[in-house]
Design a protein around this ligand. Sequence first.
Ligand code: HEC
Ligand code: HEC
Ligand code: HEC
Ligand code: HEC
Length: 177
Amino acid sequence: MGGGVELATLAQPAAKPTSGNMRRFKLPPQIIRLVLLAAAIVGSYLIARTFLTPPSFGAYGWYRGNALGEIANSRDPLFAGKQACDECHSDLLHQLASNAHKTLSCEGCHGVCSEHAANPDILPVKATGSHCIRCHEADISRPKWLKQIVVKDHYGVNCKECHLPHQPTKEPGTTAK
Ligand code: HEC
Ligand code: HEC
Ligand code: HEC
Ligand code: HEC
């Protein structure tokens, strides 16, 4: 219905092309639709982002700030730390601090001791000479300042015969334990 009228209106612009083209530039309708579609996509993305981004995102960096607390609270600390040993082994803490091993932590050699620190009846795993080699066996990748030995050329494999673990430059028997 009314087909004739519509055809007439559609045909109108084409009828006088010269003046219309010169005066104002008209975007073709398919471009307008593409621009609207793009705006709708970007808009819906921005709206979704405001609702879906967790509030703490970006507080410290490109991640959810609250995640730090969640991770920290979901795990119990493994190591007790040197201070925890002070209560019962303060003499050993002083011995260690007085010699070459002062920078080491107790648990670096004795393994995790938090259970032991809470309940001394649970003893830590026995420390053996293999603990020494772990750090002192000569290796090109180790820093120069760390004293290194080639174990088979050194004096023996039972390190504790000649080095007090807590005061490694001292021989056993030279200091009271
Ligand atoms: C509440 C007191 C207490 C605390 C805290 C404590 N210990 Fe002990 N520890 C003991 C007792 C008691 C023994 C058994 C007697 C001994 O050998 O001196 C012991 C023994 C040890 C032994 C020898 C185990 C063996 O096989 O003979 C090691 C190693 C040790 N403790 C390391 C630690 C470290 C490392 C810490 C700190 C993280 C620590 N302890 C904290 C009380 C404690
Ligand atoms: C370099 C490694 C190393 C470090 C660091 C170290 N230990 Fe030891 N510790 C040993 C070894 C090895 C033995 C076993 C000694 C033995 O069998 O004669 C030992 C023995 C012990 C013992 C048994 C009793 C004794 O005096 O022999 C206790 C308790 C102890 N350590 C506590 C500590 C505490 C507390 C610290 C931190 C202040 C610490 N250790 C740091 C290697 C280490
Ligand atoms: C966790 C690593 C580590 C372990 C395990 C370790 N040491 Fe050490 N040791 C060090 C560091 C670090 C130093 C200080 C830097 C240095 O002098 O090389 C040191 C220093 C020494 C020195 C002094 C060297 C000097 O003349 O100044 C001796 C000796 C020594 N350690 C022997 C031992 C013995 C024996 C053991 C085993 C009971 C042992 N170390 C276990 C890290 C370690
Ligand atoms: C029979 C005694 C004896 C035994 C066993 C022994 N050492 Fe030594 N160690 C010494 C003497 C003495 C020195 C110092 C003089 C030297 O470096 O030759 C020394 C020096 C060291 C040094 C310092 C090296 C440097 O460059 O200054 C380290 C590290 C060391 N020993 C680690 C160990 C380790 C680890 C063991 C066990 C695998 C061990 N020692 C076993 C006697 C011994």
